[in-house]
Design a protein around this ligand. Structure first.
Ligand code: PHE
Length: 339
């Protein structure tokens, strides 16, 4: 009997099938009610007592082996069916969709390109900063609310280790390291302790710009921003500057561009004002120049800073800032770019 079991196992080991029906035939032959295995179990009563142990073990092993083998064959047919029946290896592969650039990268690159044409280079700095580069060197008084926990993410309990709240920190780093003429922009990620909504996020991106040289004037700032706005939003774009306040610029202004959606006539995007606020700017406060090791009697400069999310939302008509961070491919696939 042991000999017979061995034979059956060998037969199973070498078996090959070419159709699903053959697997079913195998199942009937081996493990159905009237199959070979049940017959073996029936014959088991006639086995000599001293062989019972070995034969019993062998039958059980064969049963398990047959079951596994049949399941395996069945699965291989099911998988092939799933892949569209018999796999035709000469078929061309499913095309792989190439990824697209993130809309924030597209707009950031566009901004970098525009300023590159005016001779601005790109500089970057760390996201984890210290108080000096984010606040003190930029003329923030000690009690300024931006230093508050409500606005700034501190790392652990050390008030000198924090996530930068603006990319102006890179302005400080560049001025500390080099002497005028300085003409650079600073793109990067910034962090503020804000409640997340359709219009605000605790993580977003800015591009800041800085120009320091002899005789840099407010007129230079205006002309630079006008050129930038027309390159980005179209040649008919108008700009207007409104007086504002930042600790590190004097005088300071906020800049609006004429609404690119209604052309300035008024629509729900510009809230019927015809204008969209896009950046803050001003002449670098002489105090800041001196704190960063630049002689404010000899040099003057301008700076500006804008949020990339806001500009991207305006450019593409995106209504909710949270789309940028959700990585939903249905959103991301809509942006194709050559940059
Ligand atoms: N750092 C300012 C902000 O984050 C923007 C700004 C930059 C304003 C440079 C003036 C000059 O809001």
């Amino acid at each position: 009997m042991l000999e017979k079991i061995k034979q059956l196992k060998e037969e199973l080991e070498n078996i090959s099938v070419s159709a699903k029906q053959e697997v079913e035939d195998l199942r009937i032959k081996y493990i159905s009610k009237k199959g070979l295995l049940n017959q073996l179990f029936a014959d088991f009563k006639n086995v000599e007592a001293d062989q019972k142990k070995a034969v019993g073990q062998a039958i059980n092993e064969l049963k398990e082996f047959a079951q596994n083998k049949i399941n395996e064959l069945k699965e291989s047919f099911e998988n092939a069916e799933h892949a569209g029946g018999q796999t035709d290896l000469s078929m061309p592969a499913e095309p792989l969709r190439p990824g697209t650039r993130h809309p924030l990268s597209i707009v950031r690159n566009e901004i970098i390109e525009i300023f590159a044409r005016l001779g601005f280079t790109v500089a970057e700095g760390p996201e984890i900063e210290d108080d000096w580069h984010v606040f003190s060197a930029l003329n923030f008084p000690p009690e300024h609310p931006a230093r508050d926990m409500q606005d700034t993410f501190f790392i652990q309990k050390d008030p000198d280790v924090l996530l930068r709240t603006h990319t102006s920190s890179v302005q400080v780093r560049v001025m500390e390291k080099s002497q005028p003429p300085i003409r650079a922009i600073f793109p990067g990620r910034v962090f503020r302790n804000e409640a997340i909504s359709a219009r605000a996020h605790c993580i977003f991106h800015q591009v800041e710009g800085l120009y320091v040289d002899e005789n840099v004037s407010f007129a230079d700032l205006k002309q630079t921003l006008l050129y930038f706005s027309r390159e980005l939003f179209g040649e008919k774009t108008q700009i207007r500057l409104r007086p504002s306040y930042f600790p590190f610029t004097e005088p300071s202004a906020e800049m609006d561009v004429s609404c690119s959606i209604c052309g300035g006539k008024g629509c729900n995007v510009c809230k019927y004002t015809g204008w969209l606020e896009i950046l803050g700017c001003g002449m670098v406060d002489p105090n800041v120049l001196d704190l960063c090791g630049i002689d404010s009697k000899k040099y003057s400069g301008f700076a500006f800073g804008m949020g990339i999310e806001r500009i991207t939302m305006l450019k593409y008509g995106i209504k909710d800032i949270r789309h940028f961070f959700e990585n939903d491919v249905r959103f991301l696939r809509q942006f194709e770019s050559t940059i």
